[in-house]
Each structure stands twice: as C-alpha cells, then as structure tokens.
Design a protein around this ligand. Structure first.
Ligand SMILES: C[S@@+](CC[C@H](N)C(=O)[O-])C[C@H]1O[C@@H](n2cnc3c(N)ncnc32)[C@H](O)[C@@H]1O
Length: 373
C-alpha cells in the first residue's frame, strides 16, 4: 500500500441538534475541497462518470449559494459540540445509519471459519449502534471497543451492558506502544499521556469497525493539527488491518471518493480483498460520506504487512518528527496516478456510481442548489 492511503479522509457527521436526519442544510464544507488535493483523478472521473459530472455541477451551485461561509461555519460548530441535544440526535442518527448499513451490506455478520466465538474490534465505538447490531448478528461474539472518554468530548455509549464487550475509553492518537513506539522522546509534551499496549501481539478479530471521525478539537495535539487528524485515521487503519484475521472484514468510514487519497486507499484494499462501497440513503446523503466494506481481506499478504509498517512510520513522524521529516515520509512510495487509473479506473467509476448519484440526488433537493436546465 502507498502513503496516500492514510490521508483518506475519515468522516465527521454533521450534527445539528433538532435537525432532521436528512436536513437539507447538511452538506460538506467547501473549504475542505481542495482542488489541489483532488486534481489528479478528477479529469478522469469527469470524462468517464456521468454521475460524478452531475454531482460536481450540484456541488458547484451549492457552494456558490449566497453567504455559504457563515452557514458552513454553523454546521461545523454544531458538529463539534457534544451536548445533550447533540448526543441524543447523534444516537438517533447512528441507529438509523447502522440499521440501513446492516440491511444493505450484511457485513456485520461474521463469516465463521471455525467454532471459536466471533471476535469484533470497534476502533471508535460510541454511541455503539454498529457494534450493537454486530453483536446481535453474531450470537456468542465478544468485542473489544475503544472510544474517546466523555471527559475529552466523546459520546456516551448506548450499548446494552449485558453485551459481551470490553469497553476501553481512550484517545486513539495516544496508542504509542501499539503503534510500535516504546520510548517517548524526553520532554515531549504528551509524554504523560501516551498509553501502554492495549492489543496483544497476534490478537486477531474477525470483524474490525473503523468508524471514527476527527472531531476538530480532538484532532489537534499542539504539535500539529493536521498531523493530529491524520493520527486518528492512521491508528485505526494500522491497528485495524494488523489485528484482522486473514479472511476477515474491515469497515471504514470515508469521504470524498473522488480525492486521490481516498481512491488510493480503496485501490490498495481492492488488491488484498473484495471491496464494496455503501452510502446510506437515510442519513449522510448531502455529505460525501460513505463506507468501504472490505471482505476476505488477505491481511497477512506482504502488501498488507508493508502498509501497516508504513502507517506506523507515518504515525511516528506525525507525532515525534519535524514538519520536514513528516513531509518526507509522506512522499515515500508514492504511486502514480496513471498506474492507478490504468489498473483501477473502470472499477472506480463502477464503485462510485451509486455513491455520487445518491449525493447528487440529495443535493438536488437543497433549495439553494438548482438543477441545471
Ligand atoms: C461516527 S462516531 C462512531 C459511531 C459508532 N461507530 C456507532 O456505530 O455508534 C465516531 C466516534 O469516534 C470517537 N472518536 C473521535 N476521535 C477519537 C479519538 N481521538 N480517539 C478515540 N475515539 C475518537 C468519537 O468520540 C465518536 O464516538
């Protein structure tokens, strides 16, 4: 796998207390759509995918609507708050999403290889909607579930207490030992906060759920906001893939399918697994969010092992390195757009069809976005 994979954007659900799950005002932040970042695969998609062309038109009109900046600022401010109203809304939001996800993909049902009870790892569990369904789908299953403590702005869990789950409340970005770092440089400002090993060597799970967004206020250790954001994503992917049983399933929440980073990540998983993409129709429709479901993952293949190593290296640089060192590791093993598109372009267009169409159809109902005549 290549370096860009880790930069794939993990999604932040838009939360407006009191709003409907399909609130027409929920859409992506235009400021996050950097043309620079996306440039490489865009021309190909514009030429090959009518669904993507439609969506691009819709987005363009939405972003050109009057006073978008204040509007988007409000969306993002609300998305970062975790008060009671937001928590109740989010719980409902996740329950609806999880039910639809389960029905459409059947990915929460573990494909058994032997008689041992299914094991599930949830990297960002709360409120717990996906895990609750996964545990019900797999009687006898046991789970290990990480989540941000409420005291750090995480959500309360709604998971029934009788379910066979070990809950561990921690900040994923602090999992230094699991990410291969035993010696914290002296004087590092988070020296007290880094955590000892949480996952045992060789501990494997049949199903791994990586549903963690980056809440802005948590993503920013003082030594680098963007690095902080990346560290949440990298930690989920690295530990998720490392601890996935060969043949297991990994579910990853992503966004912006058209960006190089996201495409590249999906391509890499495509090489070692069967990849499907799923975008719920009940929630998230006006945002670019979708789930990648990778089944039959050959997690012990050299490509997978190399990817985990590389992600850990990037985590180290993002956490302890200088900006230059971090930048340098990001340039390692860069794959070419041409190779990707040659190998994976038609499949990408095919995978993206339903994702882009759902978002475009949904944006067409936003008052400020008029369909072109
Ligand atoms: C989209 S929600 C997960 C929803 C959940 N999978 C469900 O089905 O209900 C993302 C979760 O990631 C958690 N999170 C965000 N940043 C985190 C971090 N640095 N460490 C651990 N958890 C984090 C949030 O607190 C939130 O609970």
């Amino acid at each position: 796998m290549t370096v860009h994979s880790i930069q794939a954007q993990l999604e932040l659900p838009g939360l407006l207390p009191g709003s409907q799950l399909n609130d027409p005002h929920l859409t992506d932040d235009p400021a996050e759509y950097s043309a620079e970042e996306s440039r490489s695969v865009l021309p190909y998609l514009m030429e090959k995918s009518p669904e993507f062309r439609d969506l691009s038109d819709m987005r363009q009109q939405g972003w050109e609507a009057p006073e978008p900046n204040q509007y988007f600022a409000n969306v993002l401010r609300n998305a970062d708050e975790s008060d009671e109203n937001t928590a109740a809304y989010f719980h409902k939001f996740m329950s609806t999403t999880a039910r639809e996800f389960d029905k459409a993909t059947n990915a929460l049902k573990v494909q058994r290889v032997d008689s041992t009870p299914p094991a599930i790892l949830d990297m960002c569990m709360t409120p717990g909607a996906l895990l609750e369904i996964a545990l019900k789908r797999n009687p006898g299953a046991r789970a290990l579930a990480f989540s941000l403590p409420v005291s750090c702005g995480g959500y309360k869990t709604s998971l029934a207490s009788n379910l066979n789950t070990k809950r561990v409340f921690l900040d994923l970005t602090m999992l230094a030992a699991d990410m291969g770092v035993d010696h914290i440089p002296e004087g590092h400002e988070d020296a007290e906060n880094f955590l000892p090993q949480q996952l045992e060597e060789g501990q494997l799970f049949d199903l791994v759920i990586c549903d963690g967004p980056v809440l802005r206020q948590h993503s920013s250790a003082p030594y680098g906001e963007s690095q902080g954001a990346r560290r949440v994503a990298i930690t989920q992917l690295a530990l998720g893939l490392q601890h996935l049983r060969p043949g297991g399933t990994i579910i990853v929440l992503l966004r912006r399918l058209e960006t190089w980073n996201t495409v590249n990540l999906i391509w890499e998983f495509h090489k070692i697994s069967s990849v499907r993409l799923f975008k719920p129709k009940s929630c998230y429709t006006k945002r670019s969010t979708f789930y990648m479901v990778a089944t039959n993952v050959e997690s012990q293949r050299p490509e997978a092992i190399e990817a985990v190593k590389l992600w850990k290296r990037i985590w180290r640089m993002a956490t302890f390195g200088s900006d230059e060192e971090y930048g340098k590791v990001l340039l390692d093993e860069e794959s070419s757009v041409e190779t990707l598109l040659e190998d994976f372009g038609p499949e990408l267009v095919n995978l993206g069809k339903a994702i882009w169409k759902t978002e475009a159809d949904s944006l067409a109902n936003v008052p400020s976005v008029k369909k072109p005549e």
